[in-house]
Design a protein around this ligand. Structure first.
Ligand code: 1HE
Length: 255
């Protein structure tokens, strides 16, 4: 395992830390391949993962020092490598929560967007400086970021270099939660505990089926929904949970 990533299992939660603070967690090939390896081999018993960054920033995005050496074909392979790695996060075996602080820019935002839940500390700021650097996003932002904030906002971010601060970022959908500085990991662990307690089929459906339903034509989406609902309700775990509720033994909504 690369020392640029620190991985620790706490019961059913896997904590994955970007550990390159001197370079603001800029993502070089070693880090991207390390993330791909970690999310391709989630240990049995892990039910949720949390990604966070060491130092004063979540991630400054792509390591720009390597960019000047690539030609177009190498650039294509490099972008596809990012796609593979971030797909392992979005479509892996467990839901992933990102804890953001400081810079969440370029490839850092692409990494965050591949996670299922984003918790942003108040210092977080978001940008896609690719526009200003004369390049284009290559780590999946074109597909994932418009699903969070819409095409118009992403276009504006890249055309003008617009930076969203934490509060506005939460309002437009870049993060689902915003917390005081230093409290992001605690919040993520609280959420991870809830996620880990869900039925396996529910989490699988939310990670793998819901995004496909959203991308599908309505008729196919509705059919996929019905199939998923039927399979989910048939599981013994679902039946036991429903019996518990009807017997007054399960938590009510909001409890
Ligand atoms: C880096 C990188 C990097 C920092 N690649 N080395 N991303 C960007 O365009 C963002 C570029 N970075 C910044 O704007 C700033 O570094 C930050 C706002 C994130 C942080 O500022 P600060 O003052 O805390 O740190 P710093 O002094 O700018 O940087 C500290 C060191 O990290 C310094 O190296 P040093 O050897 O001089 O100490 C920086 O050079 C280094 N560093 N960011 C390489 N990104 C799949 S395609 C995705 C395409 C993209 O992501 S493009 C967007 C790239």
């Amino acid at each position: 395992m690369t020392p640029l990533l620190h991985v620790e299992q706490r019961n059913t939660i896997l904590l994955v830390k970007l550990n390159r603070p001197d370079k603001r967690n800029a993502l070089n090939d070693e880090l991207i391949l390390g993330l791909e390896a970690v999310f391709s081999t989630i240990p049995d018993g892990v039910r949720c993962a949390v990604i966070y960054g060491e130092g004063s920033h979540f991630s400054a995005g792509l390591d720009l020092s390597a960019l000047t050496e690539r030609d177009a074909v190498q650039g294509l392979h490099h972008s596809r490598m990012w796609h593979r790695a971030l797909d392992r996060i979005q479509f892996g075996t467990v839901p992933v929560i990102a804890v953001l602080h400081g810079a969440c820019v370029g490839g850092g935002l692409e990494l965050a967007a591949a996670c299922h839940i984003r918790v942003a500390e108040n210092s977080t700021f978001y940008a896609l400086p690719e526009g200003q650097r004369g390049i284009f996003v290559g780590g999946g932002a074109s597909v994932r970021v418009p699903k969070l904030i819409g095409l118009a906002r992403m276009t504006d971010m890249m055309l003008t270099g617009r930076v969203y601060q934490a509060e506005e970022g939460e309002r437009i959908g870049l993060a689902q939660y915003r917390v005081e500085e230093g409290l992001g990991l605690e919040k993520a662990l609280e959420l991870a505990g809830k996620v880990a307690g869900n039925a396996g089929m529910t989490n699988y459906a939310l990670m793998h089926i819901l995004p496909r339903i959203v991308d599908a034509p309505q008729e196919q989406g509705l059919l996929m929904e019905s199939l998923t609902a039927a399979i989910a309700q048939d599981a013994p775990e679902a039946k036991a949970r429903l019996r518990d509720f009807l017997a007054g033994k399960a938590k009510k909504v909001g409890e």
